[in-house]
Design a protein around this ligand. Structure first.
Ligand code: MRU
Length: 379
């Protein structure tokens, strides 16, 4: 079951947005999500008391973004265990909620394994539930740490690739604190550049159809005091042609063993543009997003979403006044069919570098990725 309540918003800062938190009120444990479908109009929390509510929150994108999906999945298993539900059933449902971001499966499997191991060892359901929660908390903490290490590595790489400073960076979708235990992936690198005075401008793709760029990245950029400009996705070409983009920074939902990158639909065209215009195209993702079990881009399952997300605009309305206020939301005739993949796949040869918490891989090759994953396992 899910419940909603509005919070004041005053305590939600650009770097401390509680996208997810575990709480234990007297009525029993809950998982509290910042409902991302309502941003930026309202900061509303969604309270999940069972796994089906969390599955629905994942499908509706109330909680979203690869690293956060992993954290949510792990807490979801812990929630089912703490509330005495069937943990195996809950874990299956959570793992299957969305197919592309591998982090969801990684998070669910980690908490499920901890639960199984403790149940097998002690036979005690309460202790097993605690083990699942400890696994979720560890993943949450590790993601925050990975985030700051990615930011540091990404900043070094940006400075190497663009020695002049004053970076004008284009980003797509939303990759900040809203998708992470920390400050995010690609956005965290831009934020690091901003903090040291080297980000001249963040170009924010609106990211149709669900507007994660316009609603969420612009929200995070504004709250961080960055110089940012929003553009429609199809304006990116003319921006490159005008020489206004120095680098592209994006996140990833799954990186296959050959270095193919699945990310929000619209990423691949940016990689093609970047190559044509000789601009670095940088992917920032934690090692948990690299899936050596998926051999190549063609093997990545791309989520197909409902057509109404394209034929209608359903974003929450931000109160506006004066001449700029639009108000219309119908964008296609009734009965129009829509093509609506949630992600696309960028081949490794278009990716300048993949930045992880363990360092950057460039050029992107299967051997270099396997070596990085090996190194990460040994730490
Ligand atoms: O459909 P979404 O909003 O979950 O898609 C999110 C993205 O594509 C992000 O770019 C990706 O998860 C990387 S976030 C660090």
């Amino acid at each position: 079951m899910a419940d909603q309540y509005a919070r004041s918003g005053d305590d939600i800062g650009p770097t401390g947005i509680p996208a997810i938190r575990w709480d234990e009120p007297p009525e029993g444990p809950v998982l509290v999500l910042l409902d991302q479908t309502r941003l930026p109009a309202e900061e509303v929390e969604l309270v999940c008391t069972d796994a089906p509510a969390l599955v629905e929150a994942i499908r509706s994108l109330a909680v979203r973004g690869a690293p956060l999906l992993g954290i949510a999945g792990a807490y979801g298993v812990a929630l089912a265990a703490a509330r005495g539900f069937d943990v195996e059933e809950a874990a299956d449902a959570l793992e299957g909620a969305r197919p592309t971001a591998v982090n969801l499966a990684v998070g669910v499997r980690r908490a499920r394994a901890a639960h199984r191991a403790e149940l097998g060892r002690s036979g005690d359901r309460k202790q097993a539930a605690e083990a699942a929660l400890a696994a979720a908390r560890a993943l949450h903490r590790e993601d925050a740490e990975a985030s700051s290490r990615m930011a540091a590595h990404g900043l070094v790489l940006l400075d190497e690739l663009l020695p002049g400073g004053g970076h004008r960076v284009l980003t797509h979708c939303n990759t900040g604190a809203l998708v992470s235990g920390g400050e995010g992936t690609a956005f965290a690198v831009a934020l690091a550049a901003h903090r040291v005075g080297r980000l001249r401008r963040l170009w924010v793709d609106e990211t149709r159809p669900l507007l994660q760029g316009a609603r969420l990245t612009a929200y995070e950029a504004a709250r961080s005091g960055m110089a940012y400009t929003l553009l429609t996705d199809n304006a990116a070409g003319s921006l490159f042609a005008a020489g206004e983009v120095d680098a592209v920074l994006v996140g990833a939902d799954r990186i296959a063993a050959d270095g193919s990158v699945a990310n929000k639909v619209g990423t691949y065209p940016l990689a093609v543009l970047a190559r044509y215009h000789h601009v670095p195209f940088i992917v920032v993702a934690p090692v948990t997003t690299i899936d050596l079990g998926t051999p190549d881009g063609a093997s990545i399952e791309v989520e197909q979403r409902a057509g109404h997300e394209v034929t209608e605009i359903t974003a929450p309305q931000v109160p506006m006044a004066g001449a700029e206020a639009g108000g219309g939301i119908a964008v296609a005739p009734l009965g129009t069919q829509a093509y609506n993949p949630a992600f696309d796949v960028t081949p490794p040869e278009l990716v300048t570098a993949i930045v992880t918490e363990e360092g950057a891989v460039s050029p992107v090759t299967a051997d270099a990725l396997a070596e990085l994953c090996d190194r990460s396992r040994q730490v």
